[in-house]
Design a protein around this ligand. Sequence first.
Ligand code: TMP
Length: 214
Amino acid sequence: MAGKFITFEGGEGSGKSTQIRLLGDFLQTCNITVSLTKEPGGTPLGQELRRILVEGDIEKMDAKSEALLFFADRRIHLTQKVWPSLEQNQWVLSDRFADSTMAYQYYAYHQRLSKEDIKMLYGFSVGTFAPDLTFILDIDPKIGLERSFQKATTMSVKELRNEQRELAFHENLRKGYLEIARENSNRCVVLDAHQTVDSLHEQIVSVVKKRFEL
Ligand code: TMP
């Protein structure tokens, strides 16, 4: 495929959406056509799944059903948006992708599913396709959750299903992301999300320029 697929990962309130927007603006100045998207909910159908997944009671479904819904959203996202955009030479920047499932549904959830379960679902729904580059925005969950609740109050957002979980969940999540980065060191770059928006953006741009020779 002609375009590049760059994913952004991290805990709640790590600033992914702001950084995606800024990187999108930068790439446009390089005459690259960019598509900004997210999981869950990067397509109209996915939006319906997103509502089920991010709103409501924490324990409203078991771990396997939840993982299947995340992969259903992902497969719809890939077939209806990501792959067609890449084929048209666009660069796709996605707010979350499959590392989120490994981080949330395996590491943070006290390993209710096995790594093999998640890898099997990946193979079934994604195949051998993978991001060209993944940024993991690392943040202390106490700070990230504070930001996330603040945003939810100002914007009247109801999507707080995961935010309500205990701090240990978010601490496991953070450790999980760092483990994923270690296991996939060619693809993943961990950046400190406690710094200012501008300095984080500069670091992201410098990695992208070097990686893709812009
Ligand atoms: P967002 O708030 O970053 O848009 O993500 C929605 C929530 O869904 C967030 O709490 C992370 C969670 N999530 C998973 O648990 N597994 C997944 O595979 C994905 C994509 C998101």
